[in-house]
Design a binder for this molecule. Sequence first.
Ligand SMILES: [Zn+2]
Length: 253
Amino acid sequence: MIAPDLRSGVELLGGMIASASTIVPFTGAGISTECGIPDFRSPGGLWTRNRPIPFDEFVASRDARDESWRRRFAMEPTFAAARPGRGHRALASLYRAGKVPAIITQNIDNLHQASGFAPDHVVELHGNTTYARCIGCGQAYDLSWVRQRFDDDCAAPDCTVCDEPVKTATISFGQAMPQEAMKRATELSQHCDLFLAIGSSLVVWPAAGFPLMAKNCGARLVIINREPTDQDDLADLVIRYDIGETLGPFVGN
Ligand SMILES: [Zn+2]
């Protein structure tokens, strides 16, 4: 059903949370917009103005790598200033209460970790933009190291271990999905009794398959998103209100 108003949506959600034993949240860009992180895919968003650089282009072209890093550095004030919002804090509160074993996210902003989730309990389908990795050997690098090298050499740095390119630890267009994260997200979706899809338009696959998978495995499905999604018909509850307003009442200590 679609919640007729915010208050009844919050009440129905509260009842479902209270009666659930294992809750798996799945989050998309909508949970972070109140934290100042833009939704890159939205109309007028960054990706409609700046074509994303596909993975094979990043690997093949030094110019593409330089441009990719210039764009990332331009976003750094935004990412560095972002703090967890009400949605993040509410989910962290359920996590601390022991009802949420781990969270699945399409976001790359590290805000679930910042809200109190152990890094091991954040399953990142699209990686993380707050640090970098060598695309060859996987060596991790701080962004400050990349920035320093970029400023010194006027070029994107390569790995000091294996000389392959260093990229933000995100999954780019055309890059393979992270196997371990996909496996864990599958297990979580199959073994919960309440699945909360929050702030995702559920159009980016394979990520959008997890709410469906959870529902097919017997979980109740709640979709919280400002806009309608293709999976609303499957959901036990749809809440089309602001995420902060909806989850704010569940922020505990
Ligand atoms: Zn390397």
